[in-house]
Design a protein around this ligand. Structure first.
Ligand code: G3I
Length: 514
């Protein structure tokens, strides 16, 4: 009965989690096994005996549960249980004869995490109590018999029963015949075992959005509603050059601190955006003048020093609060050529490697990304970024990932069919990936909101299916303040903060109902 109940509880638990919830398989052949107690079978399944542990280290995004497909392979009456571990959490679940799926609601943060299962045969308290009672009774009986004088092997009575025994004539038995002892095969203990047929980790994909201090304290809903929907944010403009170093050597972090500190106070993860770009630079960078306010043309060493001072100061200021940065933004044209921005003109293409090295020098712990748009679905732009990443890796430049901005138009069509091979190509280069600025230009009217939702869903699904893809960030969250303009309806919530079909689609794909 207990097995049935446990089976239905597991089934219920799994039903609570939407089917679209990302249950990612842990390959059984990746599991290390404890010698002797686990047997790998030809079909890839594992036969576990009590005491067996199987384990592996598994890259997860945001663990929310472990489930195992199992089957008892014995007819023993004994109870068995499996203890699952995910990171530093553990829980046990009985494995009855009818158990087919066991579920453990364990949580673990994103990263490479230890996943293990251990099969044990818990001491069967009731059975042990009965056994113990039998032993005590047997012992008592033995003791009483002894006390009644039952002759021991040498015919001598011992203890209180000595007198009684003495009254009874001891028959001479003559030489004792050795009776052949009947070989009674001791009953072999029942060999319990469980077949492990599958192991999955239930995870969710963090969903962030860009926010800007421009609406802080202006709109009572803007900050109030954000934390219940999103796991983190990217300051939309407050960390850009014009905001953090408006005059050469004069750093102003008030706006950035306001957004970053609010995020941290509300348990929100922060992405830093952006250190080197060809937009929103301060005037002294793109339009330098000398002491007589005459046009000044940067010399290479001068502009390198300007970049160095900016990156070292900005990244150091936020060190410990911003765990990852968009270091360089949008360095290529769609034909794959370098954008002819001030950095490229004066320093050359090496400006990209320099920016990453400086960011790493300022915060060695931070994850460093190249961020771009228009290369998400293949073509010469994609190839140019792949070649750059490969070259940076070969030079030992500290680059950790790429940002796929994903500013799509509703007419993009099945763009994710073309995104998947691009995502795999960057994963093959060892890059982490993020959808960093998702919005879908749906235009005015309501007729395209369903198609918009489908595109949101497809992007989320493509990211979920690629373990290198760690997070989705939409570029704002309410149409009211979208950089596209509210009439383009590009974001998951409408101008009145009402969730659109796009939000439902994003939710159902990226997150379990947890
Ligand atoms: O700060 C000034 C303000 O003083 C002035 O009164 C106001 C009126 O002109 O302009 C304000 O500056 C605006 C700035 O956003 C801050 O609000 C600029 O005009 C405006 O052009 C700028 O737009 C930003 C745009 O980047 C600049 O290219 C958008 O908000 C921002 O969402 C957008 O984000 C970029 C990413 O950083 C990189 N990927 C593409 C994405 C969309 O362009």
């Amino acid at each position: 009965m207990a097995g049935n109940r446990q089976f239905f509880v597991s089934l219920l638990l799994l039903m609570l989690v939407p089917a679209a919830a990302q249950a990612r398989d842990v390959p059984l052949n990746s599991l290390g096994t404890s010698a002797g107690k686990a047997q790998r079978r030809a079909d890839g399944t594992l036969l576990l005996r009590p005491g067996a542990t199987v384990r592996t280290d598994f890259a997860i995004r945001d663990g929310h549960g472990v489930s195992a497909q199992v089957e008892r392979r014995d007819r023993c009456s004994t109870n068995l249980q499996v203890t699952a571990r995910l990171g530093d959490q553990a829980a046990s679940s009985p494995i009855g004869r009818t158990t087919r799926t066991a579920f453990w609601g364990l949580t673990a943060p994103a990263g490479t995490t230890r996943v293990s299962l251990t099969l044990t045969q818990p001491r069967d308290r009731a059975k042990n109590a009965r056994t113990k009672k039998r032993r005590v009774r047997a012992k008592t009986r033995g003791a009483r018999t002894k006390a009644r004088g039952k002759p021991n092997a040498r015919g001598k009575a011992k203890g209180r029963g000595k007198a009684k025994a003495a009254r009874r004539p001891v028959r001479s038995r003559g030489p004792r015949r050795k009776r052949p002892r009947r070989k009674v095969a001791a009953a072999r203990p029942c060999q319990a075992s469980v077949l492990l047929k599958g192991l999955t980790v239930l995870e969710r994909l963090p969903v962030n959005a860009a926010m800007t201090a421009a609406h802080f304290g202006q709109d009572p809903f803007y900050q109030a509603l954000f934390p219940q929907h999103f796991d983190g944010l990217t300051p939309e403009n407050e960390l850009k050059w014009e905001s953090t170093e408006p005059q050469q050597g004069q750093f102003t972090f008030e706006a950035g601190d306001r957004v970053v500190n609010w995020a941290i106070a509300n348990g929100e993860y922060v992405r830093g955006h952006v250190l080197v770009w060809d937009f929103q630079n301060s005037d002294y960078v793109t339009n330098p003048k000398d002491f007589y306010l005459l046009q000044h043309h940067w010399k290479r060493a001068e502009l390198i020093a300007v970049m160095q001072e900016h990156i070292l100061n900005v990244v150091a200021h936020f060190r410990g609060r911003i765990p990852e940065w968009d270091v360089v933004n949008e360095a290529f044209n769609d034909d794959g050529s370098y954008k002819n921005n001030v950095w490229y003109q004066v320093i050359g293409p090496e400006y990209i490697a320099l920016a990453f090295r400086l960011a790493h020098q300022a915060d060695p712990q931070a994850k460093l990304f190249y961020n771009d748009l228009g290369y998400e679905a293949g073509g010469p732009h994609t190839q140019a970024v792949l070649n750059m990443v490969r070259s940076l890796r070969e030079q030992g430049v500290p680059i950790d990932g790429v940002g796929l901005e994903s500013h799509f138009d509703i007419s993009a069509g099945p763009v994710t069919d073309r995104m998947r091979p691009v995502m795999q190509a960057f994963a093959d280069l060892g890059m982490a990936e993020e959808i960093t600025e998702l919005d879908v230009n749906a235009g005015p009217g309501t007729d395209k909101l369903a198609a918009e939702a489908e595109l949101y869903r497809q992007v989320a699904r493509a990211c979920l299916e690629q373990i290198a893809c760690q997070r989705i960030t939409t570029w704002g969250y309410t149409d009211r303040y979208s950089w596209l303009g509210s009439d383009r309806q590009g974001l998951p919530f409408d101008v009145n903060y009402q969730p659109k079909p796009a939000w439902q689609a994003l939710q159902s794909e990226a997150r379990p109902g947890i």
